[in-house]
Write a protein that binds this ligand. Structure first.
Ligand SMILES: [Zn+2]
Ligand SMILES: [Zn+2]
Length: 86
């Protein structure tokens, strides 16, 4: 595997306190207490943000901007999906 530097995109492993990077080929992971303050990639907007106690409660942490918009955009996505399959 080529050594390619990237910003890790963290996802919580279910029923654990471990956050791992979901980028292909990356086996990086951190325990919760060490992941606080780590820079991660937001899965929604692709921007970078710092992990904190609040966004680490999510299985797939995302940035503060996207957290605020979350409920609305998820409703929109569900609506779009329902329109597609109906
Ligand atoms: Zn990584
Ligand atoms: Zn975001």
């Amino acid at each position: 595997m080529a050594k390619e530097k990237h910003v890790h995109q963290y996802k919580k492993i279910k029923k654990s306190e471990i956050f791992r990077c979901i980028k292909p080929g990356c086996r990086h992971y951190l325990r919760k207490e060490f992941a606080i303050g780590a820079i991660s990639i937001c899965p929604r907007c692709g921007g970078t943000f710092q992990l904190n106690n609040r966004n680490m409660k999510l299985e797939m942490p995302h940035c503060a901007d996207c957290t605020q918009r979350r409920n609305q955009s998820e409703l929109e996505q569900i609506k779009e999906f329902m329109e597609k399959i109906s």
